[in-house]
Each structure stands twice: as C-alpha cells, then as structure tokens.
Design a protein around this ligand. Sequence first.
Ligand code: ARG
Length: 460
Amino acid sequence: MSGTDGSHKLWGGRFAGGPAPELEAVNRSIGTDFRLWPVDVRLSQAWADGLVTAGVYSPDEARAVREGLERVAARIAGGEAPIASDEDVHTFVDRLLHLEAPGAAGRLHTGRSRNDQVATDTRMWTMDAMDRVDGLVKQLQEVLLEQAERHRDAVMPAYTHLQRAQPVSVAHWLLSHFWPLTRDRQRLAAARRAASVMPLGSGAIAGSAFPVPREQIATALGFAQISQNSMDAVGDRDFIAEALFALTMLATHLSRIGEDLILFGSSEFGFVRFGDAYSTGSSMMPQKRNPDALELARGSSARMLGDLVALVTTLKGLPSGYNKDLQEDKRALFDAVDGMVLLLPAVTGSLATLRFDRVRMLAAVSGAMMATDLADYLVRKQVSFRDAHAAVGRLVREAEDAGIDLGALPFSSFAAAHPAFAEDVLTELGPQRSLEHRNVAGGTGPKSVDAQIANARAEM
Ligand code: ARG
C-alpha cells in the first residue's frame, strides 16, 4: 500500500485513518533494525525462489524480484536512507523493491509474515555476529599465548583472597586467562548453532498456506535446520538469550583480566606497564598513565549482563506466538555485540603492548610464600602434614616477630622448629624450587607449563 507522499505500508487497509503520530513514534524500529537490511535482502531473494516451487511466481518473475533486490541492496549500500514512513527494515526494503521491480514485488509477501521474517533475519545476523566475535576472541587468545611463551621463566606471586599465596610462572598466570576464553568460544559456537534453525515458512503463527520448500530455502540461507513448530518458531528468542549469555560470560572474563592488570599496573604492584598507545592521561595530573580500555572492559560487562537480564525478563511473561515486546530483543542483542566488537580489540591491544617488570614481580615473591614448600619438605621426610604445618607456622611467626623474611631465619631456628629440618632446607626456599615441585599436570611447574602452552597452541 503506497501513499501519494511515497510512504509505503505493509498493513493498514482495515483502518479508517492512519495511526496516531505518537503510536508511530513508539512503534517504529528502523532506527534499530536498519542494519538487518543485508540479511533481509538475502532472505527475500531465497523466498522469491521458494515461491516458484510454491507456484506463486514464474521463474522469470522470481528472477525479476531477485535482480530488483540486488538493486535495492546497491541503493542502500550507496547511502539510500529510510523515509519517515518506513516503520521497520522490512517495510523499507519492500518499498524500495516496489520501485525497482514494480509488479512482481507485490506478490513477494505471499505466505510470509514479518513475524517469521524478523525471526529469520535476526538469526542470520546472530550467526554472523557469533563468528565475528569468535574471531576477535581468538586474536586475544593468540596475544595471551604469545606473552605466555615470552614469559615461561618469569616468576610472580599468585594470590588467594588477594593475599600473597604461592609463586607461579608468569606464563601460568597469563594462561589462566586463556582457558576461560576457550570456554567462551564453545559457548559462542553453541549460540550460533541455536540460531541456525530457520523459522521462515511459519507465517504469522500457523505456517505458510503455500507449499514453500523450506528445506531448500534453509540451505540457501545457510541454516543447519528448519523449525518444527510455527507457533514456537515466531516467538522463540532462546538463541538471543544464549548469545547474550555467551557474551556476558566473555565480558565477565575480560573484566577479570582487566581487574588483574589494573591492579598489577598500579604503582603499589608495579608488575606491568601499559603501552603508550593503550594508556590515557589526566587533564589535571600530568603523571597519570591510565588503563582506560581495561577499566571499560570491567565497566561494560555490567551493561552486557543488563542486556541479558532485559531480554530474559521480556520473554518470561509472554503468551505464545509473536508479541510486539519481541521488537526489543534486537536492542539488547545489538548493544551487547557492538560493545564486544569495540572492546575485544582494545583489550587485545592492551595485552599485546603490555611490558612486564620481571624484577619487581620476582621481588614480590616473599619467603613466606614458600611456607607450603617448607611443610612439603618435612612431609617428604616422613613428617605428617599436620605436624609439618604447625612447625612451619611457628617459623613464620618467629620471622614475623623478628620483622624479617622467612628465608632470613638462621638454620638454628629451623632445627628448633622440627628435628627433620637439615641444612638443605635453605635451598628449598627459592621460588624456582617451589615451581619445580609442581610439574603435576595443570600445575605451574616448568614442564607442566610447557605442556600447557603446547595444548593451548593445539587449541588455536
Ligand atoms: N519490527 C518488528 C520486530 O522487530 C517486526 C515484526 C513485526 N510484526 C508485527 N506483527 N507487527 O519485531
């Protein structure tokens, strides 16, 4: 239905007057869904072919529509903007198609509804978005792995309760941020699979009344399968919830990388120095070197969680079938994907340009952090772990009272704490020795870390 002002509507015949401007304003979604035009065009081309099988179009008519849609795509790619009356991307593409392929365009919407159309478009967009995000996560993993390879032999404190716990290799700490990203990529792939089910052919809710070849259309559009129930298909946004959860977990992991580095980059820690290209200054304090990208990683994870919560909250109260509430799904999805696509390269760049201060990291490994190693030493000499723990506890207290490092205690203190201590105990107090004892699979021992690096390489 076209107006004299060039306006174009996909509905409205049953109403006496046009909608109130207030309704139009709230109903309009083109500001959000405009970006779906490339998938909407592809979908319509596949649908036109399907309508040949269904006996609606002749092959020539379908070709005219397909070619008309090519020209529509070229116009939009060339900068053609929607007009005020274009309610959503589907209306926009349809209006242009009526200009490019008048006649045949009028029958394209046969057996189709915007309900199955928008669900299909959004799924196609989501599949592509999951691939894009996956590629960016992979680049971040590559940088983490390269830094780990470069810092196999550097040692730093590991923390529990943010208190110095035990020495670890810097590579081990870096890779502790690698494996969560592997899990994120598995979740992104699962969300992609969830999206790869085609609703098209479901019509508004009961299924298309024309025998369209759904399997053939699904294959043409790159879907793995077709939906089994039209009522489910038009209202199913599980795949968006899954994508948003995958993004939220990924954002949570980026936030934790960010938090570690923000701490480690502070003057108090001084373990890392942020590269110039990834540091910002202060308008007032000339000395500042701020890790904004990492702080934004921490900050934007909150918004992505908000997007997930908004979507699931939208879904939980809906009756079955399509409801206009679902138009809000795309705001949440696009917001989270856009945020992630901006964030990941900035985090990757921050990590790639990070400089590690090996000397400061090693200096932060205090003798007390080898207390567990001392207890283990006694255990190897047949002392029970409980007795060993108590003996080393006394030594730690003695060093603390004397205001010295555990390693600075004289051997006489060790001998007094437990008769099983021999002179060789003092060599046990080195961080390298502590690491060497931990070559258990998954541990921070040099052999284990080498194996871990090899496994990480294989993952890539
Ligand atoms: N803009 C709508 C959305 O995003 C398209 C579907 C409209 N369907 C309808 N029955 N009005 O959900």
